[in-house]
Design a protein around this ligand. Sequence first.
Ligand code: GTP
Length: 339
Amino acid sequence: MVKDPTDQHIKTIGRLSLQSLTWLRDRQIPAEPVAYSVSYEYNHSVMHELVEFIDAFEAEQKSLDDDSLDQIFREFILVKYIDVDGFNKTVSDIVDDTGAAVTEARNQLREFRQFLKQAREQLKQLKESNTRELVHSLITNTEATFQSVQALESHLHTVKAEMRTLQKKYTIMQREARQDQLTGLLNRNALQSEFDKLIKDSDKQPITLVVADIDLFKNFNDQHGHTIGDKVIKLVADTLQSNLKGSDIVSRYGGEEYVIVLPNTQLSDCAALMNRIRETIARLYFVNKSNNERIDCITMSFGIAGYQAGDNFHSLFDRADKALYQSKQNGRNQVNIAD
Ligand SMILES: Nc1nc2c(ncn2[C@@H]2O[C@H](COP(=O)(O)OP(=O)(O)OP(=O)(O)O)[C@@H](O)[C@H]2O)c(=O)[nH]1
C-alpha cells in the first residue's frame, strides 16, 4: 500500500538513504541499484534474514562483491516483490468486474420480479383490449432479463478462465520464490522452511545436514571465466541431485555453497554417501567446444553434522560449517564430521 508521504515518512526515508549510502561508502561499494537496494534493506532492518545473512557473511571477513550482492538481492529482496503487486491488481480487477456484472444482473432480476408482480395483477383483471400490450411488455422484459443473465453467464465463464490463468501464474511465482534460478535447486529460504517442517516429524530422524563448498572456485573463475564457472555450479547441482533421493533436501545456499539435509540418515551413512559424491564430482570435466580442450572441473569439501535435540537450523548449520572449515584447513577435497 502506498502511504501518504507525510513529513515524518519523508524524514525517515531521508535518514535511511543517508545511512545506506554511508554503509556502502564504508565498504567501498559503488551505490549502484542492486547494491543500494541491499544496503537500504539492511539499514531498514525489517528483513531479519537478510540482516542475519549479511552479518554472518561479514563476520567471516568476506567482502560483499557483485556476486554476493546480486545473490542477496535475488534471494531476499526480489522474491519479496516478485510481481505481487501485478498479481493483486489483476485479482482485484476481476473481483470488481464480477461484482459489477452480478449487481447489474441482480437489479435486472429485481425489476423483472416487480414487473411479473404487476403483470399477475393485470392478468387477474384481463380484458381483451389490453392483452396485446401486456404480452408485448412481457416479451420485452423477459428478453432484457434473459440478456442480462446471459451476459453474467459469459462474464463468469471469462472469470473462470482468468482465475485458472492466475492460479497457474501463482503456482509459478510460488515455485520461483523457492528456487535458485541458476541451478533450479531450492534456495536458502525454501531450505529453512523445509528443514523446519522436517524436524517437527520424529519419524524423519536421525537427520544429518551437510555444507558442501567448491574448492578454490575463485581460481577456477579467474582461469576459465564466469560463464564456465556458472556451468560448473549447475553441473555440481545436477550431480548432487542425481545422487540423492527424492526425500532429501538439496539447496544452493549461496555462491558456490550447497546445503543438503538427509532425513533418516546416520552420520556414518551420510559421510559414506558424501565421499562417493565427492569422488564423482572430482571426476567431472568439460570439453571446450572451441578447441576440444578438456577442462578438469573442481573438487569439493564437505562438513557434516547430526541433528540433536534442541537444535535449530542455525545451530546445526554452524556445526556442519565448522566441519567444512576443517576440511578446507586439512587440504580440501574431503569430508569431515563435526565433533
Ligand atoms: N561463476 C560463478 N562464480 C561464483 C558464483 N557465486 C560465487 N562465485 C565465486 O566463487 C568464488 C568463491 O571464492 P572464495 O569464497 O574466495 O573461496 P574459494 O576460492 O572457493 O576458496 P575455498 O572456499 O577456500 O576453497 C568467488 O570468486 C565468487 O565470485 C556464481 O554464481 N557463479
